[in-house]
Design a protein around this ligand. Structure first.
Ligand code: PGA
Length: 272
């Protein structure tokens, strides 16, 4: 699953009740479980329920990012719609970094993707853009696809923060490496545990356009158009449509609502 853009411009069929705007190409629905649930029993029940329900999800790629110690326990099997991701990685391959996990270890445990630069890591663990940049490069060396999170905090200017994060986090990446990057726009103020003010589809659309403009400046229009840009922040059953169809996002990153199998599966089914 280290396969670049993978048919982003293939239109999907829509259900009649959906808005008229067509979905463009592959859609990513990513579950970020964070430090949840509390036990392996709950985690494995959640994983198995989602796995069973997301078979034959067409062009939707569901990526479950559990706490890393359970990666090896979960097996997506032959289900091409389902993959595993990690929530973080270290930037070195091995060494004296107590408590850390390298990208190679995560890949060896079954991860194909890794979330990098999530606002919780930036805010609580003090991760700088320089560290995020090193982690992206380490992930790529281990053939993990990085899901780079960017977004402003309440009171900050989206353009200024996102342009600065993209410029620093992607510094030194070749065009070939850029083909593996997924950008997640996550305004910190819209994350459910941060107050979860809702981000309107219009604001999400402006952010997606701004991200594409910045990627055009840093790389090219072609690359900017091909890079999957997804939305995260209080996505739940019922509001995903606005982000995917109105804001033209290539998917959603789901935190809280990914911990309830039924709700998460409904999000996937609503998009289908
Ligand atoms: P949320 O989290 O869906 O609970 O807002 C999203 C995230 O932080 O990735």
């Amino acid at each position: 699953m280290f396969g670049g853009f993978g048919g982003i411009f293939v239109p999907l069929k829509l259900k009649a009740k959906k808005s008229k705007l067509k979905i463009m190409g592959k859609i990513f629905v990513i579950a970020n479980w964070k430090m949840n649930p509390k036990t392996f029993k709950e985690a494995s029940e959640l994983f198995e329920s989602v796995k069973k329900a997301v078979k034959k999800s067409g062009d939707i790629k569901v990526i479950i990012c559990p706490p890393a110690l359970w990666l090896k326990e979960f097996n997506p099997g032959a289900n091409m719609n389902l993959s595993l991701g990690a929530q973080n990685c270290h930037w070195e391959v091995s060494g004296a970094y107590t408590g850390e996990l390298s990208s190679q270890m995560l890949a060896d445990a079954g991860a194909e993707y890794v979330i990098v630069g999530h606002s919780e890591r930036r805010n609580y663990m003090g991760e700088s853009d320089e560290v995020v940049n090193l982690k992206i490069k380490a992930a790529l060396r281990a053939k993990l696809r990085p899901i780079l999170c960017v977004g402003e905090r309440a009171g900050e200017e989206m353009n200024l923060v996102v342009e600065s994060q993209l410029t620093k986090d992607l510094a030194g990446l070749s065009v070939g490496q850029m083909k593996e990057i997924i950008v997640a726009y996550e305004p910190v103020w819209a994350i459910s545990t941060e107050g979860g003010r809702s981000c309107s589809p219009d604001d999400a659309l402006s952010a997606a356009l701004f991200i594409r403009k910045t990627l055009t400046k840093l790389y090219s229009r072609f690359l900017a158009d091909k890079t999957p840009i997804i939305y995260g922040g209080s996505v739940h059953d019922g509001n995903e449509d606005g982000y995917i169809r109105q804001a033209r996002m290539n998917g959603v990153l789901v935190g809280g609502a990914s911990l309830e199998a039924e709700e998460f599966v409904r999000i996937v089914q609503n998009i289908k």
